[in-house]
Write a new protein. Structure first.
Length: 365
């Protein structure tokens, strides 16, 4: 019997989403009062809650985003392999940045370490460089901090945290914010590479601590070792999305699907919800986590991307053109559903008899 309370497993693993939401809300309630400090150059053109912020400077929108890779760094440490985690760091930032319609241009990084190990720094740099090449951004600087008392890793003297910040540009009248969303607009989803950079805390709890699986063990259903699967870099969606934007297709919403799953679609778009009528089969890693952890669909679709890493909502007349561009860039794409007018702003996932509402998913009859 699967657990009945959504988020219970994740909470026991150490991630309390409701508490996090409350804490972030308190922070935003204070810092949002600073928005009026800039009324001309530097005024903010987006609302809190969007995937990235855009400020205006001389009629140019400057998009800003900062993010990290979370506990995926633990997988890198356990495997003693650090040359791809930088790709994830770039991905988590630029994938959010493009949701505003901006083109990422530059990147800076922050590495906090338990011990300044030259080899680890070099390997992290290799991943950052590869991620920058895929996203076509330049890395123009960064910061390191030696925090031996704060940073404790999974291997002695190899603990670190990795965070980045991306900057991009967009014309103010081209910002994607869902203001032109209409009922019947089509929702398409681009495949993920796997777990990406969200839900690793729960994955480690279920697979490593409870099921006692080994990262170096090969699994037929994965076609590789568990460690290789969990460390697979996050897809970077920049080039296909930019080509779609440059093709003048009628794009309404762009959404990076991370923690909270399809609920990320509601970060922009006003009084609309979505009806998802078709879903691809989740990749094997998610089936493994659900099976070993005995986790509900509600929690799985809230914690993980479940095989869809990025969503686009667009006019139905442009769907075929957008899908052709995405496939040309080597990624799978699926028609998932459509937008509906809904003041309650719900995500109805019909194949699973599930509805997402007020930051959680519930089963419905």
């Amino acid at each position: 019997m699967k657990r009945q309370l959504s988020e219970e497993t994740y909470k026991k693993a150490g991630v309390d989403i409701e508490k996090e939401e409350l804490a972030v809300g308190k922070l935003i309630s204070v810092i949002s009062e600073t928005l009026h400090y800039r009324k001309s150059i530097g005024r903010c053109l987006t609302e809190f809650g969007h995937f990235a912020a855009v400020v205006e400077i001389n009629n140019i929108g400057i998009a800003l985003k900062t993010d990290g890779v979370g506990t995926k760094v633990f997988i890198a440490q356990l495997l003693d392999k650090y040359d791809t985690i930088g790709i994830d760091c770039v991905a988590m930032n630029v994938n959010d940045l493009i949701c505003t319609g901006a083109e990422p241009i530059s990147f800076v990084d922050y590495v906090a370490v338990q011990d300044p190990n030259p080899h680890i720094f070099e390997e992290i740099g290799k991943g950052l460089k590869k991620g920058a090449k895929i996203a076509k951004v330049n890395i123009v600087g960064g910061e390191t901090a030696l925090l031996r008392e704060m940073i404790k890793g999974m291997r002695r003297n190899k603990g670190f945290d990795l965070v980045g910040m991306a900057i991009g540009i967009v014309q103010p009248d081209k910002i994607i914010n869902g203001s032109n969303l209409r009922e019947g607009d089509v929702l398409i989803g681009i495949s993920s590479s796997g777990i990406h950079s969200n839900g690793l805390t729960l994955a480690r709890k279920v697979l490593l601590r409870e099921a006692r699986l080994n990262l170096n063990d090969y699994f037929d259903e994965l076609g590789r070792t568990l460690g290789e699967e969990l460390l697979e870099p996050t897809y970077i969606y920049v080039q296909e999305v930019l080509e779609i934007l440059e093709s003048n297709l009628n794009i309404k919403v762009l959404a990076h699907i991370t923690s909270r799953g399809f609920l990320n679609l509601l970060r922009v778009g006003g009084n609309f919800g979505y009806e998802i009528t078709s879903l691809p089969d989740p990749p094997p890693i998610f089936k493994m986590i659900q099976r070993y952890g005995n986790i509900t669909d509600e929690e799985m679709y809230h914690v993980f991307n479940m095989g869809i890493g990025f969503c686009i909502v667009l006019d139905k007349s442009d769907v075929d053109s957008a899908m052709q561009i995405i496939e040309k860039h080597g990624k799978k794409v699926h028609v998932l559903g459509y937008a509906v007018r809904d003041p309650e702003r719900r995500i109805k996932i019909k194949p699973l008899n599930m509805v997402g509402w007020k930051n959680r998913f519930l089963k419905v009859k």
